[in-house]
Design a protein. Sequence first.
Length: 313
Amino acid sequence: MRHAAHKAAKVSNERFSVAKALFTSSRGSHTAKAVRMVQLANGEGAVVGLEPAVAKKLNEVAPMSRRAMREAARAAGRRSAFVTSASLAALVGTAATAMAVSQQNASEMTFADNATTTTQMKRISDDAASRSESRSSLDSLASTSNNGDWQLGETNSSMDTNLLSKSIADNPNVAVLMDQDAGQLPSDFNPNHDTGDTGNDYPYGQCTWWAYTRRAQLGLPVGSHFGDARSWGDSARALGYWVDNTARHVGDIVVFAPGQLNADSFYGHVAIVEEVHADGSIKISESNVKGLGVISDRTFTAQEASQLTYIHY
């Protein structure tokens, strides 16, 4: 009985020692005895009555020894140095690859340029001229005359100088008419006079309305405020238009005095010359003779035409 009691006390003492070691270990002790007791609890030794789950928990919470901490720090440093070295090596390799590719492209471009610009000169035959052979004097070449027939002078009969406009008119249509009337224009005539054109302000359908409309169709100027038909000649002359008693071109404005050739006895009449015949007769277009806004035409003999007034440009 004494022997059995002694045994029981021994087991209790061992459990107490383990518990003490664990308690001491959990408070930060790093003694060899405490570490050994943790190792025993982790299965590296046998402790009577210690459950495996308790041993695992003790292994998780037991602090490391100073030596173990130093070893862990050295291992972490070695891993960091290895990662840094690998990253640096990869960066250097990438840069080297880029430089190699760039040099290769530059080399290929240089070769392509040399291939396209290289030329070879070869003597074709023994009869070809060389710098050492005699050449003809340049004086003999300078005496060569031009025997062609394409000179740009007055002797060129194929050029019609009449087609070249000599007019200074800004309006191209007026310039053409002035070229046709060369030698007949008044000496002081200014083709770029004030036209008085600000739009068609004449009553619709009247003879004045049609005269403005037709002139605009032909690209010729006309005043917007010439007044009644009877006053158109004086109004145009005041602005610088060429006004006389001769029908010259299609588009001339013909002015009828009041009562002249059946014109209105008070307002007079205006129309547009549409044809000028060789015998001096003319054909005109007009409005409001057969009704307001109705466009009609009439023909007058040379004698009748010579009695009328004409506004040219």
